[in-house]
Design a protein around this ligand. Structure first.
Ligand SMILES: Nc1ncnc2c1ncn2[C@@H]1O[C@H](COP(=O)(O)OP(=O)(O)OP(=O)(O)O)[C@@H](O)[C@H]1O
Ligand SMILES: O=P(O)(O)OC[C@H]1O[C@H](OP(=O)(O)OP(=O)(O)O)[C@H](O)[C@@H]1O
Ligand SMILES: [Mg+2]
Length: 408
């Protein structure tokens, strides 16, 4: 084995949580005890066995700090589910609108762990965290997979050739220095490099010690070892500690500033904030499913509305159907289910008649200007645009999916 073997874990080995968690460890299983407020639960392989702990409240885990914390509270507030926290160092809080819910602020990874151990019932974290710490456990159910913040991707990155500055006749020229990844632009090309052997494997630095080895195995990269660090992973290749890193990327600035490039096929997953629940809690805990339904409906209604504007306009026409024909002839004006067309009634020669019709449609924010142009083209005037707060539709597909996932 290479000189790095002590610091690295081979891709094929089973990766386990930090040793401080273990009571007894074998290669394939670990057992530890965790205490919950009401009883002690035996946890086997990271999840509790048997029935859920008896308690009246539904426990909802929210990120206590970091990137996800503020946006999560904002989302809940936008859904009229403001969290009342007496002071920021207090880890328990309430959502007055949901009287049976107790909020617990936790680190994202601990939210996933506590869902598995039965100490939380619901949580909001990034999909990356659910995937890494949930390890495909069937007890975790993604209730809403796109809360539209915390966007990032877990991606493999490697070093670009260094740029060597040479003072040549007082003119600085930049010459790319030889780099082993110079011509490697895809995962396939990386896997085909003959230089990775048992004695000199590809060294990857990552905090994702479950997803990293899994991804490499699934993609046929045989000779890979992993090292783990808590942060600033981007420094590892330049320090000569690793050949590549597997880390979260959002704007790409950190990679760029550290002379690292992503490669085709190197994205392990696309992540954003998700609402996740414990299957056992949804099935067994009184009120958990109803509360989840309410939270899901509020999230869906808000997120749907956030993408749309409500547009009203007046249009001259001979009948509501004739006006609707014209509106529906335009691709951006079909609305959610079609336009609402109402007569604008006025009195002429002593008779009430409709020369104008008011139309109301929802249009995607992105298509706003195109919609206004199309409305004008078919005779629309007095176009008013208003923000939408919620769109409560019929039962959402996500709720139906959840019920079928639970076998209900
Ligand atoms: N550029 C980014 N880098 C890291 N995480 C991001 C980024 N953009 C979005 N995220 C999301 O934010 C989460 C990280 O949040 P945060 O940094 O607060 O947690 P953490 O580093 O896992 O927490 P801790 O360091 O306390 O264990 C990620 O799991 C991911 O879902
Ligand atoms: O693509 P970008 O927008 O540049 O974001 C990516 C960086 O952000 C995260 O680091 P973080 O800021 O959490 O610091 P850390 O790595 O020290 O935890 C992540 O680990 C990357 O380093
Ligand atoms: Mg961080």
């Amino acid at each position: 084995m290479s000189q790095f073997s002590s610091a690295f874990t081979a891709a094929s080995s089973v990766s386990l949580p930090p040793p401080s968690f273990y009571v007894s460890v074998s290669k394939r299983s670990f057992i530890y005890c965790c205490s919950s407020s009401q009883s002690r639960t035996t946890v086997v392989n990271g999840k509790f066995d048997g029935k859920i702990v008896d308690r009246d409240e539904i426990r909802f885990g929210l990120p206590s700090k970091g990137r996800m914390a503020g946006d999560t509270l904002d989302l809940l507030k936008d859904c009229q589910l403001s969290v009342k926290q007496v002071n920021p160092r207090q880890y328990v809080a309430q959502i007055p609108q949901l009287s049976n819910v107790e909020v617990w602020f936790q680190r994202p990874k601990d939210i996933v762990r506590k869902l598995l151990s039965g100490d939380l019932d619901l949580g909001i974290v990034g999909l990356d965290t659910v995937s890494e710490y949930g390890r495909g456990d069937e007890d975790l159910i993604i209730v809403h997979d796109a809360l539209k913040y915390g966007d990032c991707r877990l991606s493999l990155a490697m070093r670009l050739p260094d740029i060597l500055a040479i003072d040549d006749l007082h003119i600085f020229v930049q010459i790319p220095k030889y780099g082993i990844f110079e011509n490697i632009n895809s995962l396939k090309e990386l896997a085909q490099m003959s230089r990775w052997t048992i004695d000199r494997p590809l060294r990857v630095a990552t905090g994702f010690t479950y997803l990293g080895p899994k991804f490499m195995q699934e993609n046929g990269l045989k000779h890979v070892i992993f090292s783990t660090a808590e942060g600033a992973l981007e420094a590892a290749p330049a320090m000569g500690i690793a050949d590549a890193i597997l880390d979260l990327v959002s704007s790409g600035t950190t990679l760029r500033e550290n002379n690292l490039k992503e490669i085709e096929g190197g994205v392990v997953l696309e992540s954003q904030a998700v609402l996740v629940a414990s299957r056992k809690a949804l099935i067994q805990r009184k009120g958990a499913l109803d509360t989840t339904h309410e939270i899901l409906e509020r999230f869906e209604a808000h997120l749907r509305a956030a993408d749309q504007f409500m547009v009203t306009a007046n249009m001259r026409g001979s009948s509501a159907e004739e006006v609707a024909e014209r509106v529906l002839s335009q691709p951006s004006l079909s609305g959610l289910q079609g336009p609402t067309v109402s007569p604008v009634l006025c009195k002429r020669d002593g008779k009430v008649a409709a020369d104008y019709y008011a139309i109301v449609i929802c249009v995607p924010k992105k298509a706003l200007y195109k919609s206004v142009q199309q409305l004008r083209a078919i005779g629309g005037s007095g176009v008013l645009i208003s923000p939408l707060t919620y769109i409560f539709d019929e039962e959402t597909p996500r709720w139906r999916e959840l019920l079928s996932n639970l076998g209900l």
